[in-house]
Design a protein around this ligand. Sequence first.
Ligand code: NDP
Length: 400
Amino acid sequence: MSKVLIIGAGGVARVAAFKCAQQPDIFSSIMIASRTKSKCDTIARDIKQKYDVDIETAAIDAEDVPALVTLIKSFQPKLVVHLALPYQDLTIMDACLEAGVHYMDTANYEPKEEAKFEYKWQWAYQEKFKKAGLLALLGCGFDPGVTSIFTARAAKHHFDEIHYLDIVDCNAGDHGKAFATNFNPEINIREITQKGKYYENGEWIETEPQEIKKVLNYPNIGARDSYLIYHEELESLVKNYPTLKRARFWMTFGQEYLTHLRVIENIGMSRIDPVMYKGVPVIPLEFLKEVLPNPGELGENYSGHTSIGCRIKGIKDGEEKTYYIWNNCSHQKAYEETGTQGVSYTTGVPAMIGAKMILTGEWSGEGVFNVEEFNPDPFLNELAERGLPWNEESNIDLEL
Ligand code: NDP
């Protein structure tokens, strides 16, 4: 039915391409374009072997707007699904505007020279996309993405007012490596070494990195140390659900991971300013990424589950109510289906579904949108069907 152009060829793009290829009636033609064409070719080869679907591939520098426009115009997709890095959000949005196609991503824009993510840069494109009659859908992975759609379901079906939101993200998997990140190491380490931040009573409160810790219980996993960090969907959820009195994000980290992270910071390897090495400027964190395990290749011996969800307190029919909605995903099952691990899977599947919502017209509009602004029901039906079944419970102890 529609052509789609996927940009990026990492673990997330691999999963999204596999899931698109499973539905040729929706995604009639797929191209994967990325900086290193051989990585696109590997994904295309594996999809051909598994599903007998042909995927086109191309080399592209996603920071080069004219090159992007030429590529988009020659392939003529209806939608560009950006699964490269957050640094390229704005150049790809510019190219989509110029070529007249819809845009979607899974992570908000981050300037390379400063570890800081905010929606302001992308929200500033509102008028441009409206005027062009195009849709830009921001943050359609798991978190951001499904966590915001879980919140939209809670608001639509379970509450008159949402007051307290805690997004809880647990990776209880074991990949057998001393230290590895589950998605792009550079983006991941930038995110985790930032200060924490949460919203309470109309204000944003900053904390030191990993300053606030709680032990939370996760379904079918058990108790895990969970740390308050800042995560981008908090910004749009606080804006779109003004009844929120508090919104926080928790992520689990093991002691081994935190020790490695502390050492990386202490020895200067998380720096994002260039240092001169043998006369060549080198950014320590970019170099570190090259020597760490590739997150897309962690899958083979990865055991255990992820568990990501929303714990919500609010009012329904004048009564206080608690509600928990979550998905557990098995790393091994993700690997068996797509050749990569659960974190790439939990991001790539929602990315495919977001693309499907746009291509089928289930989600439509002109301008820049966050996922919670659309009807959560068709998306969540698909999520359960396409490999990420979810669960919900009401009136339980949220531990928070
Ligand atoms: P990877 O690092 O594995 O893949 C990134 C890909 O982007 C690589 O193929 C890389 O090419 C390509 N790329 C980088 N720079 C450029 C460029 N200038 N032009 C073209 N291609 C480029 O990352 P992941 O697959 O793990 O993650 C992909 C995205 O998903 C990231 O933005 C990440 O933040 C986001 N994410 C979102 C989550 C969510 O739940 N919302 C969770 C996890 C990730 P090369 O191979 O040449 O380096």
